[in-house]
Design a protein around this ligand. Structure first.
Ligand code: PLP
Length: 391
């Protein structure tokens, strides 16, 4: 096979999309499917944000924008980060991208090459590993353990760094576990990274506004000592229920920002202009829709966790962030992927098997509680009936 094609053969996928396709197919055949598989808020984008996009179109914003995004949006991002975390960010280092994924795509392309090692969370967002393998770099999983509250362990993460490590990918609050890495652990990690000045950091903070129990999100931007090698990934998809708009942003060190700009120029040119105006309205407008959505996720979290813990063979730690529960199903007698598949085919409940998020995901399934409380209750009931019938 041609070498370049062989690299593409290594690209992986997000199985959540395959599960969604199968769930849709079953529903089209008349089956009643409850979808707890997909990782997107079940809310509409708030009206004032939609109106801003409509207005931008009416006002004639129909052309290209700068590849890095319109200045007013980059300034709004910097102002938002200042408001939320009291950190100063140069709008010139902000890059507006078509969705959070594009930042990881660019960052992994920049650092991945044969011989390089890239550390990534396992279980974790499947695209990290897929992209690392595409570049020919060696993926080095950082185990994310239930007994550690699904947080990164600073000591274990640092122990995996070698002279070949080029990039460390962090994600808190996390997909698929809902884990939030506590500040002292992040402090220790950053302190340890001082001994490894050649290791860049990609911090995926896309769920940064979705924390519970009064936990404050700890951004990696708050550590000036790593700013010259930190890439921050965030966006509008989850916070403002805008997954279909394809709008994200990243903050880059200066030398990398220009490379990211060139990658944009060589591929998508810029993010669609109306979506960028919507992004400004999202950041500068009222934030109550975000608060209401997070409060609703919090209520559903209680229902999911209590319901799962009442099921035979299942135990579920309380997630601290995002909108996922990651119950331990190892005592059900099922392998996780087989259980996920049987739940969809036989019980009409779509969930994702933990192994789709990495080898350390065996023994777990992921449920997204971005669905109505009523549907969540019905799904739990079906799961209970299914497990009891198969016991
Ligand atoms: N990072 C994580 C951890 C995610 O879970 C997701 C989406 O599910 C993304 C990034 C990508 O977000 P976007 O839809 O903005 O590309």
């Amino acid at each position: 096979m041609l070498k370049s094609v062989a690299a593409f053969e290594r690209i992986g996928e997000e199985n959540a999309f395959a599960v969604l396709a199968r769930a849709t197919e079953l529903a089209a055949r008349g089956r009643d499917i409850i979808n707890l598989g997909i990782g997107q808020p079940d809310f509409r984008t708030p009206d004032h944000i939609v109106e801003a996009a409509v207005k931008a179109l009416r006002d004639g914003h129909h052309g290209y924008t700068p590849a890095t995004g319109i200045l007013a949006l980059r300034e709004a991002v910097a102002a938002d980060l200042d408001r939320r975390f009291r950190v100063t960010v140069d709008p010139g280092l902000v890059m507006i991208v078509p969705g959070g994924k594009v930042t990881m795509f660019m960052a992994i392309l920049m650092f991945g090459e044969p011989g390089a090692e890239i550390l990534y969370p396992d279980p974790g967002f499947p695209i990290y590993r897929s992209m690392i393998e595409f570049t020919g770099a060696t993926p080095v999983p950082v185990p994310i353990r239930e007994e550690n509250g699904f947080a990164f362990s600073a000591a274990e993460t640092l122990s995996l760094i070698t002279p070949r490590t080029r990039l460390l990918i962090l994600n808190s609050p996390a997909n698929p576990t809902g884990g939030v890495t506590p500040k002292p652990e992040i402090d220790a990690l950053v302190a340890g990274l001082a001994a490894h000045p050649d290791v860049a950091i990609l911090s995926d903070e896309i769920y940064g506004q979705m924390t519970f129990d009064g936990l404050a999100h700890q951004t990696l931007l708050a550590y000036p000592e790593i700013r010259d090698r930190l890439i921050l990934l965030d966006g509008w998809s989850k916070t403002y229920a805008m997954t279909g708009w394809r709008l994200g942003y990243s903050i880059w060190p200066k030398r990398l920002h220009d490379l990211a700009r060139k990658l944009a120029v060589n591929s998508y040119s810029c993010v669609n202009a109306a979506a960028q105006y919507a992004g400004i309205a999202a950041l500068e407008g009222p934030q109550d829709a975000v608060r209401d959505m997070v409060a609703e996720f919090d209520r559903r979290r209680a229902v999911v966790v209590e319901g799962l813990n009442a099921l035979p063979g299942i135990s579920c730690a309380t997630p601290k962030g995002a909108f996922y529960a990651f119950p331990n199903v190892s005592r059900t007698g099922w392998k996780a992927k087989a259980l996920a598949s049987a739940l969809l085919e036989e019980a009409g409940v779509a969930v994702i098997g933990g192994p789709d998020f990495g080898v350390h995901g065996e023994g777990y399934i992921r449920l997204s509680y971005a669905n109505s409380t009523e549907n969540i209750r019905r799904a739990l009931e079906r799961m209970g009936e299914f497990l009891t019938a198969k016991a």
